[in-house]
Design a protein around this ligand. Structure first.
Ligand code: SF4
Length: 254
């Protein structure tokens, strides 16, 4: 497989796959060709993206919880100050944890605009990146946005993932500045770990963004140069292991 220059557009899944093992990225791209922009922007989140985000074996739960988080503020804004949560929330621990976290945020927010998200489940595609951002909130000083990614638990790639989404959003703003769709750049990033009810937020540092961009550009160069082969010492847990063996045997034969 050769990736042409016009196909050099990565999702967070593809980027993290490439860093983990370029062959993994290659196989994923063969199975999931780059979508047309219109198709990507109009489709819902794919199951494969949920797998990357740690949903293996819990895909339907993950989709259900994302739907719950997406509609939460619209549905419960009128009752969020009540002492007893609605029945459907009480029956599910993850939903109850989210309710408790959101109620606390509601009571501590100085104004509703700091509690009610600016946008949710936003699909963005720039020249080089694409992805779905779970939630955008207004930072407390009203000078920037905060990206929140909903994840079941911690993962060692969380920080890279958040940098990817921040870069995607800020790049989108730059490429579409005439439209003025969003007022600010992203200044804070964070994860809400819904199985634990824990939220971790970080200030976005220039030095981290620059380091991320360097890694990203380097990855694109390697993809363009067809540098997909790596002598991986451990393939434990790789979901492409069977396809990879077939691919390797084809390479030896050719
Ligand atoms: S099986 Fe190993 S070498 Fe093959 S794609 Fe997976 S991690 Fe990479």
């Amino acid at each position: 497989m050769v990736v042409r220059e016009y196909e050099l557009n990565l999702s967070a899944t593809e980027f993290l796959y490439f860093l983990d093992c370029p062959q993994k990225f290659r196989i994923y791209r063969i199975l999931n060709p780059l979508p047309y922009k219109e198709n990507f922007l109009s489709s819902r989140r794919s199951l494969s993206s949920y797998k990357m985000r740690g949903y293996q074996g819990k895909k339907s739960d993950g989709i259900d919880y994302h739907n719950f988080f997406e509609t939460f503020h619209r549905k419960y804004a009128n009752v969020i100050s009540q002492t007893i949560p609605p029945d459907e929330v009480c029956k599910d621990n993850v939903k109850l944890l989210y309710w408790t976290e959101q109620q606390k945020n509601y009571f501590t927010a100085k104004e509703d605009c700091y509690w009610y998200p600016i946008d949710k489940e936003i699909r963005l595609m720039t020249e080089k990146k694409r992805g779905v951002i779970d939630c955008i909130e207004l930072c407390e000083k009203r000078n920037g946005f905060r990206i929140i990614d909903y994840k079941p638990t911690f993962d060692s790639n969380d920080h890279l993932l958040l940098l990817f989404y921040a870069s995607l959003f800020n790049e989108y703003r730059l490429e579409n500045k005439d439209e003025g769709e969003y007022d600010f750049d992203v200044l804070e990033v964070g994860c809400y770990y819904y199985e634990m009810g824990v939220r971790k937020v970080y200030n976005l540092k220039e030095v981290n963004i620059l380091a991320f961009e360097r890694i990203f550009v380097k990855s694109l160069e390697k993809i363009l140069n067809n540098e997909f082969f790596l002598d991986k010492s451990s393939c434990w847990g790789c979901i492409f292991i069977r396809i990879c063996k077939i691919e390797k045997s084809r390479e030896y034969r050719s």
